[in-house]
Design a protein around this ligand. Structure first.
Ligand code: ADP
Length: 188
C-alpha cells in the first residue's frame, strides 16, 4: 500500500517520511531530494531544475511524472511494502498521472496524510533550515506556489475519500505517532 505525505513547505514532511519509512518497509521517495542529487551531480535534469528550484517555482509536470514512472519500475521499489511519496504530487496533473500509474501497476493508494501547520510556524521553520533555496524571497514564493498549485489537491483527494488530516504541531514523536495511527488503521 502506497502513501502520500502532504503539506506546505516546512510542514515536516521530509523529517516524518524518514522516521516512518524506517520502521515500516516503506520506500521513502522524495522528489525534492532526487532533484537536489541531480543538481549536485550536474546531470541534464539537474541543470534544468537548478534555477527553477532556487526561485521557488515548480519543476514542469512532465519532468516530474517521468521521474516518478521510472522510480515505480525499479526493483528496489517493487520489493517494499509500499512507497511513501514526499513532495509529490504537487499539482492536479501530477495527481492524475499518479492515479493512472498506480492503477496500471495494480498498486493501491492507502491515502494522503496531510500535515497541518500554522503559516507563521512554517516561515519560522523554513528560515532556520538554511538550504540553498531557503532565502526569505524564495520561501515566500514557495508558500504562494503551494497555495496556488498544490493546495487544490486537498479537494481532489477529499472527493475521493483519500484525505487524512493530521495535526503537524507538537513534538516529532507526537506527530509520528499520529501518522502511524492512521497508517495502522488502514493497513490492518
Ligand atoms: P520542501 O520540503 O520545501 O517542500 P522539497 O524538497 O519537497 O521542498 O522540494 C524542493 C523544490 O523541488 C521545490 O520547491 C520544487 O522546485 C522542486 N520539486 C520537488 N518536488 C516537486 C514536484 N513534485 N513537482 C514540481 N517541483 C518539485
Amino acid at each position: 500500500m502506497d502513501w502520500i505525505l502532504f503539506g506546505p513547505p516546512g510542514c515536516g514532511k521530509g523529517t516524518q517520511a524518514e522516521r516512518l519509512s524506517g520502521g515500516m518497509n516503506l520506500y521513502h521517495f522524495s522528489t525534492g531530494e532526487v532533484l537536489r542529487e541531480n543538481v549536485k551531480n550536474g546531470t541534464e535534469l539537474g541543470q534544468k531544475a537548478d534555477a527553477i528550484m532556487k526561485s521557488g517555482a515548480l519543476v514542469p509536470d512532465d519532468v516530474i511524472i517521468d521521474m516518478v514512472s521510472a522510480k515505480l519500475s525499479e526493483d528496489a521499489v517493487k520489493a517494499t511494502t509500499g512507497v511513501l511519496f514526499d513532495g509529490f504530487p504537487r499539482t492536479i496533473p501530477q495527481a492524475e498521472a499518479l492515479e493512472s500509474a498506480l492503477t496500471a501497476l495494480g498498486r493501491e493508494l492507502g491515502g494522503v496524510l496531510s500535515l497541518t501547520v500554522a503559516e507563521e510556524e512554517l516561515i519560522d521553520r523554513l528560515s532556520k533550515r538554511g538550504r540553498a533555496d531557503d532565502t526569505l524571497d524564495t520561501i515566500k514564493n514557495r508558500l504562494q506556489v503551494y497555495e496556488d498549485q498544490t493546495a487544490p489537491l486537498i479537494g481532489f483527494y477529499k472527493e475521493r475519500g483519500q484525505l487524512f488530516e493530521v495535526e503537524g504541531m507538537g513534538t516529532m514523536e507526537e506527530i509520528e505517532g499520529r501518522l502511524r495511527e492512521v497508517i495502522a488503521k488502514r493497513q490492518g
